[in-house]
Write a protein that binds this ligand. Structure first.
Ligand code: HEM
Length: 413
């Protein structure tokens, strides 16, 4: 049977332990699945690949009503793909699967490289460069160009990145109300209206046009509000990749031997490095779901309506799937079998039929490219600063935003 923690409610523990909460309690309970309460609501916490298979493979967990503790609601809003289930979900998901197509990823990397070079030309003249903030700007401008919307207004980068912050720090009802008033949403609604009315010309295969023209299963267009939310569902998480870029720069700083290996770029080293960044560093702690049916697990029943949390951070560091999980070692990916439920920073299971993140291909490509740019096109110094990562802060980042100095273009090889 599934053990129950002895404490009446674990909310304080969750806030104290942050990313480490589920893993730590699971070890204490001697079980990778346990029952407790969070904010007084009964919850089943699950950790590890087998649990991820249950969570993603059974098709029996809805995201509706699965808030509030999961910061994934930064990606969620009324009518978005995350709130849908079954056939309606899979059909809407097609819009996002377009982001994975080879030509779309190539276009993203192209504009990202262009925006990075433009920014890097400025960095060379600056005393200190805040790599997190700069990456946010580069990614925001890349994302709007990628979507087919050209240059983003300067304020959009800040709005998109603070939407991530607020999601984690403000109560769900509050943030939902606030987000709705957001300038970014008005901006996105206007773009959708312009595309639909023909006052803005966009390429037919652009992501913005794909969203604006998408028809649901009944052949109806999305409402302007929903289309705007889905447009932001591409822009906002693309900007969030800035965190992985900072983590990649941090990992390079801590392990200088990888600077040379990534610069040489042999044997998929950059890819393995990017994957290890996604596995090792904290991003989404958990994903929430609600059982839509009774199901049995470990000789016990998880009842319909039960709230469950799958531990993403802990699954990425589960010793049953990874040797020496707490060690940063990109070479582990030389022999990784590709099991979709062991590396789950962006969810597990099947991307087309479940809620797994459709932006993984783009994310990996961006991190690989950022690592290439950092190690081959520029030199810089990392001055003294607080580079610790608190596992209590969700979403996580280094204490200081990761500042670099003395940025210079690399001498041509
Ligand atoms: C910083 C990198 C990213 C991280 C850590 C991340 C993480 C996640 C996670 C954990 C989920 C939820 C999985 C679930 O509910 O089971 C998710 C869903 C989603 N992500 Fe990402 N993501 C990232 C980048 C992206 C990008 C670049 C895009 C768009 C191009 C994107 C679009 C989405 C969408 C639309 C969903 C909802 C999918 C659905 O409900 O079917 N994400 N992401």
């Amino acid at each position: 049977v599934i053990p129950r923690l002895t404490t009446i409610d674990s909310t304080a523990r969750f806030l104290a332990d942050g990313y480490a909460f589920v893993g730590r309690q699971a070890r204490r309970a001697g079980s990778d699945v346990f029952r407790t309460r969070l904010m007084l609501r009964p919850v089943v916490c699950l950790s590890g690949a087998e649990a991820a298979r249950l969570f993603y493979g059974s098709g029996r967990f809805t995201r509706s009503g699965a808030l509030p503790l999961s910061v994934v609601h930064l990606l969620q809003d009324a009518g978005s793909v995350q709130t849908l289930d079954g056939a309606a979900h899979d059909h809407r998901k097609l819009v996002f699967l377009a982001t994975q197509r080879e030509e779309q990823v190539a276009r993203l990397i192209d504009v990202f490289g262009d925006e990075w070079h433009r920014a890097a030309a400025r960095w060379a003249g600056m005393t200190r460069v805040n790599l997190y903030r700069e990456s946010v700007g580069v990614l925001a401008r890349s994302a709007t160009r990628w979507a087919g919307l050209g240059e983003a207004p300067a304020w959009l980068a800040d709005e998109l990145s603070t939407m991530v912050y607020r999601a984690a720090t403000v109560g769900p009802l509050n943030w939902a109300a606030r987000l709705r008033r957001h300038r970014a949403e008005r901006w996105a609604r206007t773009r959708i209206e312009e595309i639909r009315s023909g006052t803005r010309a966009v390429a037919a295969d652009s992501l913005a046009a794909t969203i604006a023209n998408h028809l649901d299963l009944e052949g109806r267009m999305l409402t302007t509000d929903v289309a705007a939310v889905e447009l932001l569902n591409i822009l906002r998480p693309t900007v969030a990749v800035a965190r992985f870029i900072v983590f990649a720069a941090l990992a390079l700083h801590r392990r200088p031997q990888w600077v040379a290996r990534c610069a040489a770029g042999a044997d998929d080293d950059r890819l393995h490095f990017a994957q290890e960044v996604r596995r090792y560093y904290p991003f989404f702690p958990v994903i929430g779901g609600v059982a839509t049916d009774d199901l049995s697990f470990r000789g016990d029943t998880i009842r319909r309506g039960q709230w469950v949390l799958l531990d993403l951070f802990g699954t990425n560091r589960d010793a049953r799937s990874w040797t020496e999980p707490d060690r940063f070692d990109p070479d582990r990916f030389r022999v990784w079998d590709g099991d979709p439920d062991t590396l789950v920073p962006q969810g597990g299971g099947d991307v087309a039929r479940g809620h797994r993140c459709p932006g993984e291909t783009a994310t990996v490509a961006l991190v690989v490219e950022a690592v290439r740019l950092l190690t081959t096109t520029m030199t810089y110094r990392v001055p003294d600063q607080d580079l610790r990562i608190s596992l209590r802060r969700m979403p996580a980042l280094t204490k200081d935003d990761f500042t670099i100095e003395d940025v210079r273009p690399a001498r041509p090889l």
